[in-house]
Design a protein around this ligand. Structure first.
Ligand code: PLP
Length: 515
């Protein structure tokens, strides 16, 4: 603590955070500051002498708060929710109060063991198969910072597994040699240069990013509007077969449960069956947003949980999206933890411990990219204990109920249509022209771009647009992402009134231009 920071500053901070949540609905959702607002205001170097903490806390309110977009605002319906709760915030506070980078069990045994237990609690609550449980001794779960990090981690594990499978039949001499090239290239490099990652055009940018970071290619397999933008086995097979003919090696496939644009669920069973012909291929399921909904048994079939359990090698969902736990808390499970340790275990003498040498503990540094790690399990523990499974389920069910009610409202409206089937708490809609019901997509796209521009200029709501690309068309639409922990049906209705009224204006302008 600095010279002037006393425990009273701590009490004051908690009070001001509580006040913030009591009045959050009275703030604009979206910050209206201009680029550079803070850069112009803050001094260009740290103060020479310490300042009173009261002044620092006051500057948080006067300088930082204006530049905050309020993701916990009940009318925030952009992207996907990134929910925080008091339980989670307090977990963060306790975690930072015992700040330590917990990379080895011995660094803080509680960090490792609580994470093991939390990942098993979550796996059981979601209905993941026992193979994913840490207690199985073979599989296991780890909390990472983001779904993108989880996908990259899975890809790195997959690369090692593929290399192992490709080289196990080679003699040690061959494995260290070249094939055909005049420059000796280690065999590992020869293979990795040919490796390809697959997803669909709807896969989150994490697929392309993992490929970029690993120096590999990413194939975005096309999807069809008639399949509701879900990746099908035959489309994947076609692209993979073409690649194999060209000497490439399919090694990593990302299937999504709940795509970002429309909440589509890829056909994991078909994908899994295609991959049977490719022993080097590893299937990762990215359910960053939708995965927590497996906590609701009634939704498991539509979200293809049985297929995840049967066909996937690894699975990720973010507790930090819809799962009541503040950013960051990405839950990543793998059926064979050996795939991780083979990729990540680099142990110099100073990182050894007698417990690790005895093999009696998990050192999570060997399951991830970084060495140090945050004590994230504590916030998840607080959330799961305070809400319980039923409270967690109720929260999810409310978001889904709001979405269903909004879907009925949209269905009854003349000026809007639902573009893809409502997916959990996500509704994708677009403006249409009831006076010209057969308007082509290009016309509707222009109308919807105009609608989004109007909505984007407002600060009392926040929504995101998307473009659904398929083999048939390109459709501009509006995503309404419900499920915020502070959002009521009244908020949803009020946001809808804003969308409808802006939609009316767009149509009026469009018609007046045509006259
Ligand atoms: N995957 C999907 C399906 C998403 O919708 C998102 C973000 O919205 C992500 C991955 C990225 O998550 P993260 O920010 O944790 O990398």
């Amino acid at each position: 603590c600095g010279p002037d920071c006393s425990s009273s500053a701590g009490y004051a901070a908690i009070n001001s955070i509580c006040d913030y949540y009591q009045s959050i609905q009275d703030r604009p959702v979206k910050s209206d500051v201009k680029p550079g607002y803070l850069l112009e205001t803050l001094p260009d170097a740290a103060p020479t002498d310490g300042e009173p903490f009261e002044k620092i806390a006051a500057d948080f309110q006067s300088l930082i708060m204006p530049g905050i977009t309020h993701w916990q605002h009940p009318k925030f319906m952009a992207y996907f929710p990134a929910i925080s709760t008091y339980e989670s915030m307090l977990g963060e506070l306790y975690s930072s109060s015992v700040s330590n980078p917990g990379f080895n069990w011995i660094c803080s045994p509680a960090c490792t063991e609580l994470e093991q237990v939390m990942m098993d609690w979550m796996a059981k609550m979601l209905g993941l198969s026992d193979e994913y449980l840490t207690i199985s001794g073979v599989g296991g779960g780890i909390i990472l910072g983001s779904a993108s990090e989880s996908a990259l981690t899975a890809a790195m594990a997959a690369r090692e597994r593929a290399l192992h499978r490709l080289t196990r039949s080679l003699s040690p001499a061959d494995a260290a040699q070249t094939s055909g090239s005049s420059t000796p290239i280690p065999i590992r490099e020869q293979y990795t240069q040919k490796m390809v990652i697959y997803g669909s055009t709807q896969t989150h940018s994490l697929g392309a990013k993992a490929a970029l970071l690993l120096g590999m290619q990413f194939r975005a397999v096309p999807v069809s509007r008639s399949d509701d933008y879900s990746l099908r086995g035959h489309a994947l097979r076609e692209v993979m077969e073409r690649d194999v003919k060209e000497g490439l090696i399919p090694f990593f496939v990302i299937a999504t449960v709940g795509t970002t644009s429309s909440g589509a669920v890829d056909n994991i069973a078909e994908i899994g069956k295609v991959l049977k012909a490719y022993p080097t291929a590893f299937l990762h399921v990215d359910a960053a947003w939708a995965g927590v909904a497996y906590a609701l048994p009634d939704h498991r079939k539509a979200l293809r949980l049985d297929d995840v359990n049967q066909f996937a090698d690894s699975f990720c969902t973010n507790a930090h999206k819809w799962g009541l736990t503040g950013f960051d808390c990405s839950l990543f499970w793998i059926k064979d933890r050996g795939n991780l340790t083979e990729a990540f275990d680099v142990t110099p003498a100073f990182l050894r411990s007698k417990e690790s040498d005895a093999g009696s503990v998990i050192d999570y540094r060997n399951w991830q990219i970084a060495l140090g790690r945050r004590f994230r399990s504590i916030k998840l523990w607080f959330v799961l204990r305070s809400f319980g499974v039923t409270g967690f389920q109720q929260h999810l069910a409310e978001g889904i109920e709001h979405c269903q009610q909004l879907a009925s409202i949209v269905n009854a409206s003349a000026n809007f249509e639902i573009v893809t089937p409502p997916s959990l708490a996500l509704l994708v809609v677009r403006l249409r022209d009831p006076l010209a019901p057969n308007s082509p997509d290009e016309v509707l796209n222009r109308l919807n771009q105009a609608l989004y521009a109007r909505l984007d200029a407002r600060h009392d709501v926040m929504l995101t647009q998307t473009v659904l690309k398929s083999v048939e068309s390109e459709v501009h639409c509006l995503r309404i992402a419900m499920g915020g922990v502070n959002t009521t049906m009244k908020d949803v209705q009020e946001v809808w009134e804003v969308i409808e009224s802006e939609g009316r204006q767009v149509l009026e302008e469009y018609r007046s231009q045509r006259e």
